[in-house]
Design a binder for this molecule. Structure first.
Ligand SMILES: [Zn+2]
Length: 189
């Protein structure tokens, strides 16, 4: 019996030492993964804090080198048989940098049916800003990351259902589940 116990304890010890040795090596070789993990797990707390603040009164033009006056207001325009346009389209050359229009945190980043490469950023007042049809995302940008209007989040493209249209950023704004027109809040950089 003591021999059996001795073997079990020995194996357990080997596992513990192995786990720590591997863990320490992993932390040393992937410091960015640890930071992004912490950013992700603390995101709900940051969202709760944002929800207690007033929403932003202005949004900086997200597409580099474009002016607000150049946007054709298509808010509420029919799209297909059963939808209306819940946002604004900002046209620019493919690959033009897209900045966050506000400060906040990356809430979602991925490939969605209509939006293609799309990202949600949550800002003050827990308002969500939607950036869609991106050609690609900015290098290293990840969920939970803190962004400011100086942060490049991606590049203009025509992914998703914009495949057959000229490259543009579809920019949307949501309060709870309601879509709001972002155009009145947009200001030039
Ligand atoms: Zn659109």
């Amino acid at each position: 019996m003591p021999k059996k116990l001795f073997i079990i304890c020995g194996l357990f010890l080997i596992c513990v030492v192995g786990f720590f040795a591997f863990g320490i090596r992993y932390v040393k070789t992937h410091p960015e993964k640890i930071t992004s993990f912490i950013e992700q797990v603390t995101l709900p707390y940051k969202i709760a804090k944002l929800a207690s603040q007033e929403p932003d009164a202005t949004i900086l033009m997200p597409v580099y080198g474009t002016k607000v006056s150049g946007i054709t207001d298509t808010w509420g325009a029919p799209r297909g048989n059963d939808r209306t346009h819940e946002g604004q389209d900002i046209f620019a050359t493919k690959g033009t940098p897209v900045f966050s229009g506000t400060s906040g945190y990356v809430l979602y980043k991925g490939d969605v049916e209509l939006g293609g490469n799309a990202m949600y950023i949550i800002g003050s007042g827990a308002r969500r800003y939607y950036y869609a049809h991106l050609d690609r995302f900015a290098d290293g940008i990840h969920i939970g990351q803190s962004v400011t209007p100086d942060t490049v989040i991606g590049y203009v493209g025509n992914t998703g259902n914009a495949e057959t249209t000229p490259p543009h950023l579809h920019f949307g704004m949501y309060a709870h589940r309601e879509a709001l027109n972002p155009l009145p809040l947009l200001v030039n950089r």
